[in-house]
Design a protein around this ligand. Structure first.
Ligand code: ZN
Length: 195
């Protein structure tokens, strides 16, 4: 059976971090999930930033640029998750992206509320990236930034916002890395007992 982190999961509590988590076992033998335009579309639909019937039609080069954008975000949030400061360059990269992606969003008044509206085109990853990077910016200026953590799984490397009441969430998901750690501890205890 494939481990559940072998597929897209929305466990981070933030769109930008869920996007960063589209690699499995990042700290070990990494598995790439954003392998094609179809897979990127599937993730965006799951994440609720593309309508259920929408499908992107991106070139392999565009998909590669989406992965590069993801790497930028990881460089920004990974040090923060470890309690360190991000490199100034990583923040500058986000500022540049926010500038270049500003044209795909506009404020729309609808039924008494104002929301961002994103202009999507199937041949342009901008609308997806603009939503992801906006979400990253919102997280950076929010008090939740202090709750960004890295999963304690040996090779996992997934990031999330710890919203647990006690602030002691350790795993991306208990069903996955949490259970694996439990199984490892159990095995170690059995070995000790049999010595
Ligand atoms: Zn994990």
């Amino acid at each position: 059976m494939r481990p559940s982190t072998d597929d897209f999961q929305l466990i981070a509590g933030n769109l930008a971090l869920d996007f960063v988590n589209t690699i499995g076992d990042r700290l070990g033998e990494a598995r790439e999930y954003l392998t094609s335009s179809a897979e990127l579309s599937r993730w965006a639909r799951l994440a609720g930033i593309l309508p259920p019937s929408a499908r992107l039609s991106l070139t392999p080069r565009q998909v590669a640029s989406v992965r590069a954008a993801r790497a930028d975000l990881y460089r920004l949030f990974h040090p923060i998750a470890l309690g360190a400061s991000p490199a100034r360059r990583a923040l500058a990269a986000l500022n540049t992206r926010l500038l270049t992606l500003a044209h795909v969003r506009r404020l729309r008044w609808r039924r008494g509320t104002v929301n961002w509206e994103w202009r999507t085109s199937a041949r342009d990853p901008s609308a997806i990236l603009a939503q992801v990077f906006s979400s990253a910016a919102e997280l950076l200026v929010s008090t939740q930034l202090a709750q960004v953590r890295q999963c304690g799984g040996e090779h996992c490397g997934w990031l999330f916002v710890d919203r647990s009441p006690a602030g002691r969430r350790r795993w991306c998901s208990m069903a996955d890395c949490g259970n694996r750690a439990k199984a490892r501890r159990h095995l170690a205890a059995v070995r000790r007992a049999s010595r």
